[in-house]
Design a protein around this ligand. Structure first.
Ligand code: ADP
Length: 286
């Protein structure tokens, strides 16, 4: 009997923090993602368990916020073309409008816009950081940048914008997923072209420091306002939507750039002034 009275408090002391962690974990599992374990323990295992449960909750909460935002963004993007299509078709059905080639063309444009949104979503899934499986190989960056420039040569010529390439004489090799990095740089150069009027220049260059390689895409285009700058990497963000309607972007390009570069352990920085142009810098660790 004396033995029993000794073991009961001991086992209770041990099981109580675990029980508290379990209760909190169950709350989190039930979708209460703000719940955290506040257990202060000196036992290493309990501290580790608490930290693990809390960081799992952090990551679930982040995912949940992303999911909500993406759903809201997609709904917002789909609403306008769908509403336009619906009202046009209803006007035709009600006999308010005659169905002629012009009106059909208007409807067709909206379906093209819808298809573009779906395509962007597919691309986003493909390049989303969480699912970015990198196929890393040692890559000659000078060659990669040269290829990117070559891809755009004709388009630049057609628009009357100069594309210049400044590469160091020494070849730089980095472990990269060549396809994905090409995609990221294509997006930046394509934006440079899109937002630079005739007579302007887009410069693609590379510099190497001790720890990093920095790839710069600089344009003399329309620039980005201070107010829009913090948002340009967000999915579906387009500054000055009316102006951008003409350029036909869906606001996914830079989100993809960010995903790809971050999956490589790098970062993207931007500097821009309205009417003076924009400079995008991709830093990749060596
Ligand atoms: P989009 O498909 O619209 O180009 P992005 O994600 O690539 O989408 O870019 C988001 C927005 O950021 C663009 O719509 C544009 O407003 C702005 N932007 C991106 N790159 C540039 C640039 N080089 N010059 C000016 N604005 C830019």
């Amino acid at each position: 009997l004396p033995q029993r009275s000794l073991t009961v408090p001991w086992s209770r002391q041990l099981s109580t923090p675990i029980r508290r962690v379990t209760v909190a974990a169950r709350q989190i599992a039930d979708g209460n993602l703000k719940e955290r374990v506040t257990e202060k323990s000196t036992t290493t295992e309990i501290v580790e368990l608490t930290d693990t449960v809390n960081s799992m909750a952090d990551s679930l909460e982040k995912q949940e916020a992303l999911r909500k935002r993406l759903t809201a963004d997609v709904a917002h993007e789909l609403r306008t073309p769908l509403a336009t299509l619906q009202s046009h078709i209803e006007a035709i059905l009600d006999g308010v409008w005659e169905m002629d080639a012009d009106r059909l063309k208007l409807c067709h444009e909206e379906t093209v816009r819808l298809a573009k949104i779906v395509k962007s979503l597919e691309e986003l899934t493909k390049y989303d950081q969480e699912s970015t499986q990198l196929n890393i190989k040692s890559t000659n960056l000078n060659g990669l940048l040269g290829k990117v420039a070559k891809t755009f040569e004709a388009e630049f010529l057609r628009k009357g914008v100069d594309l210049t390439l400044d590469l160091p004489a020494k070849l730089t090799h980095l472990p990269l997923d060549e396809d994905k990095m090409t995609q990221a740089l294509n997006n930046l150069v394509s934006n440079g072209l899109k937002f630079t009027p005739e007579g302007g220049t887009v410069n693609l260059s590379m510099e190497e420091t001790e720890k990093e390689v920095c790839i710069t895409v600089a344009d003399t285009g329309v620039g980005i306002s201070e107010e829009d700058l913090p948002h340009i990497f967000e999915r579906f963000f387009r500054a000055d939507v009316s102006r951008n309607k003409k350029t036909g972007g869906s606001g996914i390009g830079l989100a993809i750039v960010k995903s790809i570069v971050e999956a490589h352990g790098g970062r993207v920085e931007v500097q821009s002034h309205r009417d003076y142009g924009s400079v995008f810098k991709v830093y990749l660790p060596k």
